[in-house]
Design a protein around this ligand. Structure first.
Ligand SMILES: Nc1ncnc2c1ncn2[C@@H]1O[C@H](COP(=O)(O)OP(=O)(O)OP(=O)(O)O)[C@@H](O)[C@H]1O
Length: 251
């Protein structure tokens, strides 16, 4: 379970251009909870993910994952339990390495590692089997460089790599923004299935209102660094995209 307790982050404190990006934010995300996070530009969505991933540190408050205090933990150590999928399909994988070697690297995430790219047969067969389940015809291409794949294929594989490691929390930062609508839907369907199968806790940032409503089982709206709305799955099901557009007009 992810727990944030009174977490704040201010950029340029005590200066004329001070920005309070997150303001005493508290909330929890349990395993299996897939939270869509919406909010106007600058409402604090990426800052929230950056603080959890450890690329920046909180000024105050506590961030815990399964009782482990993360505040002062280096990002590479957190990466054992926390994975992130970005908007840009090129981010997060090594284009010159093969699909298989990318899986190998992902399986070593956050662990003390001697970087060995060798893979044993059992691992290779497990990767091939999991890749086959994607039904993208990539199981016979696992020795090809990652860089040759389409954006949608890369995002799908990145998701698969994530769940095959020890990850408990998945941060999705507009993972479909660079994809065509068909690939976007395919990647989100896959994400939903993997998240449910592996019971991950998920924070999913999106600017796409239909995606925010179609995927996930909870909906949070951030506004000026605070949670303005936090809706259960049932409440979310009663919403229409138009309702979300109206939330943005209020801001
Ligand atoms: N590294 C940084 N240095 C200075 N200011 C920052 C930094 N990161 C974010 N900010 C500021 O903090 C506020 C929140 O930014 P953040 O990127 O978290 O918003 P967001 O909701 O993700 O926005 P968007 O939808 O545009 O991506 C903004 O005013 C932004 O300019």
């Amino acid at each position: 379970m992810l727990v944030l307790n009174n977490v704040s982050k201010t950029f340029f404190p005590n200066r004329p251009n001070e920005i309070r990006a997150l303001d005493r934010l508290s909330f929890t995300v349990s395993s299996g909870e897939f939270v869509s996070v919406v909010g106007a530009n600058g409402s604090g969505k990426s800052t929230l993910q950056n603080l959890i991933a450890g690329t920046i540190w909180a000024d105050n408050g506590e961030i815990r994952l399964n009782d482990e205090l993360l505040n002062q933990m280096a990002d590479y150590r957190r990466s054992r339990w926390i994975a992130r999928v970005f908007q840009n399909p090129l981010q997060g994988t090594a284009p010159e390495l093969s699909i298989l070697d990318n899986f190998r690297l992902a399986s070593l995430r956050g662990k003390a590692k001697k970087l060995t790219i060798g893979v044993n047969t059992a691992f290779k067969e497990r990767v091939r089997e999991q890749v086959r389940l994607l039904d993208m015809g990539l199981e016979n291409k696992i020795h090809q460089p990652m860089g040759l794949l389409s954006g949608g294929q890369r995002q799908a594989l990145t998701l698969l790599m994530t769940v095959m490691s020890d990850v408990k929390l998945l941060l999705l930062d507009e993972p479909t923004a660079a994809l065509d609508p068909r690939s976007a839907a395919r990647v989100m369907e896959l994400a939903s299935k993997l998240i449910a199968d592996y019971q991950l806790a998920v924070l999913f940032i999106t600017h796409n209102m239909r995606e925010a409503l179609s995927y996930g089982n909870r909906l949070v709206q951030l506004s000026h660094g605070r949670i303005k709305r936090d809706l259960s799955n049932e409440e979310k099901h009663r919403l229409k995209p138009q309702d979300l557009y109206e939330w943005f007009n209020e801001d």
